[in-house]
Design a protein around this ligand. Sequence first.
Ligand code: COA
Length: 511
Amino acid sequence: MSSSSTGNRVLNSVIAQRTMSAEDAAALVQPGWQIGMSGFTGSGYPKAVPTALARRVADAHLRGEKFKVNVFTGASTGPELDGVLAMAGAMQMRMPYQSDPTTRKLINSGEMQYIDMHLSHVAQLVEYGFMGKLDLAIIEVTAVLEDGRVIPSTSLGNNQTWIGCAEKVILEVNSTQPMELEGLHDIYYGLGLPPFRDPIPLTAANQRIGESYLKIPLEKVVAVVHTDVPDRASAFKAPDENSKKIAGNIIEFLIWEVKKGRLPPSLLPLQSGVGNIANAVLYGLGEGPFNDLTAYTEVIQDGLFDLIRSGKMLSASATSFSLSPDGVEQIMPHIGEYRDRIVLRSQEISNHPGIIRRLGVIAMNGMIEADIYGNVNSTHIMGSSVMNGIGGSGDFARNGFMSIFMAPSTAQKGTISTLVPMVSHVDHTEHDVSVVVTEQGLADLRGLSPTQRAKLIIENCAHPDYRAGLLDYYNRSYKLANGKHTPHLLTESLSWHSRYLRTGNMLRQEE
Ligand code: COA
C-alpha cells in the first residue's frame, strides 16, 4: 500500500473533501441521536469528536437546553470518550460495556441508563432493529485508501456493524496509530441475517476468512477529522502474591488436565479476560511447560503479547489491543512484523458462540464473587452497583471447552469474602462455571452436584477467616432447608452482604 510512504492518510479524494474540524463534525450531531462509536478496551476509540461533542452539550446545558445522546461502542473506551461525555451529562443511555469512573457513578446514581450485555449480542441486536435507528457512526481509523477502503485502528469491535447500520459516518483518522496495522485485521462480510445465515468458515484460531479493510459507502461519510491523540494505555501492576498464586493454581491444573489426557500438550485456544490477575496468568504461562499455544480471545494485552514474542504462543486472534504505555511504545511501531501471528476480528466473530464452541476455547475470567454452588457475579458490588459489565465473559464461559473464574478470596482488605453463601447478582449460572480458583486453591466443579460443589469450593477456595462461616451456613442449610438439592436458608443467604453494608465487614463480630 502506498499511503504510508506519502504520509497522507486520506487518499480517497471524495472522502478527503469532507475534512473538517472536530467542532464542525460535532455540530452535525442532533439531540436524541443514537451513535455507534468505535472502541474496545481503551483502544481505537474516537477522541476528538466526542470531546468536541461534550463541550457542545455542556454549552447547551448552560443555556438550559436539553441535549443527550445514546452511545453504543464495542466495549470500554477512554477519558476522551466516556470520560468527557459522562462529565458533560451527555449520555442518556450507554451500552454494552464501560469501565469509566464518572460513567459508573452516573449509572449507579440513576442519572444514566446502562444496558450491560453479552458482547457477542450487540451487533445482532442493532442489526435486527431492536434498538431502533442508528443515526451516526463515529469510527477511529488508521487511514483511507484511494479506492475508499479503510485501514482500521487498534480495535475492530462493532465498527463493521455501526458503519453498515448508521445513516451517517464520521471518520477520525488518527496519525498516532501505526500504518503497520495494515493487513492485521480480518473482517468477515459473509454473516447475513437469519434465516439466511451460512456456517462461518473459521476452523482455526489464526485463520483469515475475510478482508483486511473496512468497507464504507462513500455517500455515508459526512465528515473526516484528523487527530493525534493516543489510545488510553493503562499500566499493569506488577503481579502481587495473590495473583501469582492464582496463576500458579491454574497452571498446575492445566498440567494435570494434560497428564489426564483431557487437554492436548499445547492446550486449546486460550481466552483471557482483562486486568491484572489475567495478565499475571499469562505471565505464568510464559514460565510454564506449555509450547505452541494459541489464543482466541477479545483482547491482546502485554502478557499475551509476551507469549507471542517469546515463541511460546504461535498465534492470537482478538478484537483489540489493550497494551500498557510500555507495550504501546515497544510493540506498536513494529506490529506489522506480527501480521502472520495476530488477527483482529469484529467482536461478533471474536466472541461468536459457535466458533468458541467449535475451537474449544479455555475461558479464564475475573469475578467479583462466587457462591458455594458455583454461581458467579462478574458485575455488581453488593447486589446493586454495577462495576464494569459482563463484557465477553458470558460468551466464552457458556460456550468454551471449560470456563475458569478467578479472584482473590477476599476483597477490600479482607472485609469481604469473594466466596459467599449466595451471590448478590448472577451473571454466570452454576451451569456455565467449570472451575473456581482463588489464591487458596482451585475447585474443579465439572461433573459434580450442587452439594458436592459446595463442599469443594468452601474447602479449596475460601479464605481461612471465612471458611468456618461458609461451612456452618452450608451444614445448617442442608439440615434445615426443605430441599436438599441446592439447600439455602433464604432468610440468611444474603446476610453476609447486608452485614457488610451495615458494619463494613462481612465477618461476624465474634468470628
Ligand atoms: N465485593 C466488593 N468489592 C469487590 C469484590 C467483592 N466481592 N471483589 C472485588 N471488589 C473490588 C476490589 O476490592 C477492587 O476495588 P478497588 O478498585 O476499590 O481496589 C475492585 O473491585 C476490582 O477488583 P480487582 O480484584 O482489582 O479485580 P480485577 O481488576 O481483576 O477485576 C472484575 C475484576 C470482575 C471487576 C473484572 O474482571 C470485570 O469487570 N469482569 C467482567 C468483564 C469480563 O469478565 N470481561 C472478560 C472478557 S474481556
